[in-house]
Ligand binder design. Structure first.
Ligand code: PEP
Ligand code: MG
Length: 883
């Protein structure tokens, strides 16, 4: 079998389509070689070797060694060097490369092949002994840490001591002889900590590093990342071995990362950072603050350090040429790593760059406008869930800003919260339902859970491509990085800046779009939905076949949803209006009444309120369909719960306390969600349904009169399990429609339909459709009743269920296609068979979940209905589902 794929010198055995086998990095290195771009030669050990390794008790396939030797010899031939040779040694880097990029999760070893003999050859060929010995000591620390498990700080302490004794402050003040001395100390540290000598044999070094990459696939932080990003363990990682090029060979050398477009805003311009005379990980690690690539970016950042454009104009021109080729070839924004060795530019990596939602939107729209991709592709390029980021608040430009510090605008959006200094505190805050900002010197993969738990992240070190910045952008959380003026004292749990000190728990606001850190809470603004957002939404609307409605109970919700493009109301939960203002008093009088007459008297007080609510909704939705559901929850929910509330009800209604308490006992249920609710209320107390129907129809007449445009109302009966229930309630509604239309002398356009939210209703959909004019699948209750899992308190065991893979995801978030989905399918088929024009929708939470929306398209629903803020997400998801 073939386990090793070579690349370099304008050709490669692999290509970009082979990322399953070669990992993302390996596949793209091969592709760049095929494109004739300058890539240091190397080879990729496939992900299948990783799978084999774990299936065979950490043994390699028997043919692997020979294939690696052969590939290594090829690299040697291309570079004119030999691995392990004392005169002209080939040095390599060894890196991981999984199918999906896993930033910061896996380990890298540079300068491999150096030992006591080859270091001298490197010194000679570079003409720079300091550089050679510096490289060797870096290799010893990196290798010892990653492969042998020796802690970094052991080496750092030795270095600090040495500098103290010499009376110097900076590493750059140390010369070749200093590094030589330190290398002896480092080797002793390895012997003491690891129990054996640092390996001198390059072959041992190589296989040690390869094994370490494979082993790192199973370290806890890699596992955690996979868990958070749904990356299967079975994918494995590839290993890339590549000839070293040195960015630290003096002032004509450099290393950097660049995006072909701005990953925060999407703006079309080369964007990135580089460091002169630095090696590989220095940029990403955020230890030294890097310089800008373009002159424009430098001016914007008001930096006084030269950009790459002016400091290295030839390399800049070469990078510009290459980025053009890569964008055209991959037809997407690229995230590239490069190194310049003595004036020659080498590409070390390219991949589709991670970006904020705002950038994703702009890049998709721009690429389509530039003709690089089609409109359909643009629609598919933006992840619907990511739009959420754009729908969230930013700081009101008119608000007073008490700016206490500034850093880099690493991830856009604004957030307020109390200061926490570590991830545990962030999680504790989250549990207590308080908002926090995670404040760290820098973040590492161990902080991911804390980043998840916080509203935003602030770091005092690191650039736009530091760990904090990359991860925050991926999570869609605001981040300000590199705020150098803030000093953090973890021990004292304080931060100080400009003479003031803030403690853990104090409130700050960060603005990830400007990089500002502000004192206290600041007024926020709702997002604007024009420009690229409107363009993409327009394309989505032209491609989708399902309608998108909203679940809205109040005029505010309805307005928001209309602005987001809702095409009607799919569910108005009328009970939510019962709590508004002092209507609850009349509602309680109605519940406490002894007979129908008493109830009617109380309902008469509620009627004008309901009518006015509906008039407003009809007007806001001007002409679009509005589905109003009859009262659904158990009446018990409207009664008082505490003693104080009982006293209030006594005062407000004049009903005696013991009577109230008696009614409370009477109405209390063990399983209220399976109890006296839904259409069961309308059957026991038809006067409630009648009042609601009257309010709806009178409102329809009034709204039509006032606006001049017709109103289509859809009256929906909840929690039906048999046609008989539905028919009884429908008869009352029809009678009321007739009465109102006679009283007002107006014709009414309305439909009466039902929720399908009980398994029996789905099964008997054929029968129910004989009289019901539309169905709306209530997948919240349908999930609850089909799985026998309470939607209100299932969290305690649902977590473990998804972690163990018993359920693929939370069934209340993403529809359980196999089970609940089958009931929906049955409902659709049996309903449509009886009534071919039956209108079908969904109004459970799943109506706003992109994965579930795909399912809705598949089974042929006419519309989805979701909460206002999810409407744009649903529009895009519906378009993707239709493509
Ligand atoms: C449902 O059950 O899916 C539904 C939309 O109704 P509710 O959530 O109000 O029970
Ligand atoms: Mg329901």
């Amino acid at each position: 079998a073939k386990w090793v794929y070579a690349f370099g010198d304008g050709k490669a055995e692999g290509k970009s389509q082979m990322r399953e086998l070669l990992g993302g990095k390996g596949a793209n290195l091969a592709e760049m070689s095929n494109l004739g771009l300058p890539v240091p030669p190397g080879f990729t050990i496939t992900t299948e070797v990783c799978t084999y390794y774990y299936a065979h008790d950490k043994q390699y396939p028997p043919e692997l060694k020979a294939q690696v030797d052969e590939a290594l010899a090829k690299v040697g031939a291309l570079t004119g060097r030999t691995f392990g040779d004392a005169k002209s040694p080939l040095l390599v880097s060894v890196r991981s490369g999984a199918r999906a990029s896993m930033p910061g999760m896996m380990d890298t070893v540079l300068n491999l092949g150096l030992n006591d003999a080859t270091v001298a050859a490197l010194a000679e060929s570079a003409g720079d002994p300091r550089f050679a010995y510096d490289s060797y000591r870096r290799f010893i620390t990196m290798y010892s840490n990653v492969v042998l498990g020796v802690e970094h700080h052991a080496f750092e302490e030795a270095l600090e001591h040495y500098k103290e004794r010499k009376g110097v402050e900076l590493d750059t003040e140390l010369g070749a002889e200093d590094w030589k001395t330190l290398i002896q100390t480092y080797k002793k540290i390895v012997r003491d900590e690891h129990g054996s000598d640092f390996p001198q044999e390059p072959q041992d070094q190589l296989w040690g590093a390869i094994g370490a990459v494979f082993d790192s696939w199973m370290i806890p932080r890699a596992k955690k990342y996979r868990e958070l990003n749904s990356i299967p363990e079975s994918w494995g990682t590839a290993v890339n071995v590549q000839a070293m090029v040195f960015g630290n060979m003096g002032d004509t050398s450099a290393t950097g990362v660049a995006f072909t477009r701005n990953p925060s805003t999407g703006e079309r311009a080369l964007y990135g950072e580089f460091l002169i005379n630095a090696q590989g990980e220095d940029v990403v690690a955020g230890i030294r603050t890097p310089q800008d690539i373009t002159e424009k970016a430098r001016i914007e950042a008001k930096s006084d350090r030269p950009s790459m454009e002016t400091a290295m104009p030839e390399s800049f021109a070469e990078l510009t040429r290459i980025y053009g080729i890569l964008e055209k070839h991959y037809r997407d924004m690229q995230d590239m790593e490069f190194t310049i060795e003595s004036g020659k530019l080498w590409m070390l990596q390219t991949r589709n760059g991670k970006r904020t939602a705002k950038a994703a939107l702009k890049i998709a729209v721009d690429l389509a406008s530039e003709g690089l991709i089609t409109q359909e592709e643009a629609i598919l390029r933006v992840e619907p869930g990511a739009l959420d980021q754009l729908l969230h608040p930013t700081i009101d430009p008119k608000a007073e800003r008490k700016v206490i510090a500034s850093g880099l605008p690493a991830s856009p959006g604004a957030a307020t919260g109390e200061i926490v200094f570590n991830s545990e505190a962030a999680e504790a805050c989250r549990k207590a339902e308080r908002k926090c900002i995670l404040v760290r010197i820098e973040t590492s993969p161990e902080d991911i859970h804390g980043m998840h738990a916080s509203e935003g992240i602030l770091t005092t070190r690191g650039g736009m491509t530091s760990h904090a910045a990359v991860v925050a952008r991926g999570m869609g959380k605001p981040c300000v990085s590199g705020v150098g003026s803030i000093r953090i004292d973890y021990k004292a749990q304080t931060l100080s800046v400009g003479g003031q000190t803030l403690k853990a728990g104090d409130k700050i606001t960060i603005d990830g779009s400007t990089g500002q850190v502000l004192l206290g809470e600041v007024k926020m603004l709702e997002p604007e939905l024009s420009g690229d957002f409107a363009t993409l939404m327009g394309w989505a609307d032209a491609h989708r076949t399902m309608k998108v409605r909203t679940n809205a109970d109040t005029p505010t919700d309805a307005h928001t949803a209309r602005n987001f493009g809702a095409e009607g109301i799919g569910l108005c939960r009328t009970e939510h209006m019962f709590f508004e203002g002092d209507r609850i008093v009349a509602v309680r009088e109605m519940i406490l009444a002894d007979d129908t007459e008493g109830r009617r008297a109380a309902l008469a007080k509620i009627l004008p309120y309901q009518r006015q609510d509906f008039v407003e909704l009809f007007k806001i939705m001007s002409g679009l369909p509005v589905t109003i559901r009859l009262l659904d929850p158990p009446l018990h929910e409207f009664l008082p719960h505490t003693d104080a509330e009982v006293q209030e009800v006594v005062a407000a209604t004049g009903v005696a306390e013991d009577k109230i308490r008696h009614r409370m006992r009477e109405l209390s249920e063990f399983n209220p969600m399976l109890g006296f609710r839904g259409c069961r209320l309308a059957i026991a107390f038809p006067e409630i349904a009648e009042m609601q129907a009257r309010a709806i129809f009178e409102a329809a007449v009034q709204a039509a009169e006032e606006t001049g445009s017709p109103v289509t109302s859809e009256v929906m009966v909840p929690l039906v399990f048999t046609r008989a229930e539905f028919d009884i309630v429908k008869a009352r509604i029809d009678a009321m429609a007739k009465a109102v239309s006679e009283e007002k002398g107006a014709t009414l356009a309305y439909q009466v339909g039902t929720m399908i939210e009980l398994p029996r209703a789905a099964l008997k959909a054929g029968e129910i459709a004989e009289t019901a004019e539309f169905f709306s699948f209530g997948t919240n209750d349908l999930t609850q009743t089909a799985l026998g899992i309470s939607r209100d308190d299932a969290a305690t065991f649902l977590g473990p269920y998804t972690q163990k893979g018993i359920l693929p995801s939370d069934p209340f978030v993403t529809i359980d296609q196999d089970g609940v989905g089958e009931l929906v399918r049955i409902g659709v088929e049996r309903g449509r068979k009886v009534r071919s024009g039956l209108k079908l929708g969904i109004c459970g939470e799943h109506g706003g979940d992109p994965a579930s929306i795909g399912f809705c398209q598949e089974v042929g629903l006419d519309y989805v209905s979701c909460s206002p803020y999810r409407v744009p997400i649903a529009r895009l998801a519906a378009a993707q589902a239709a493509l």
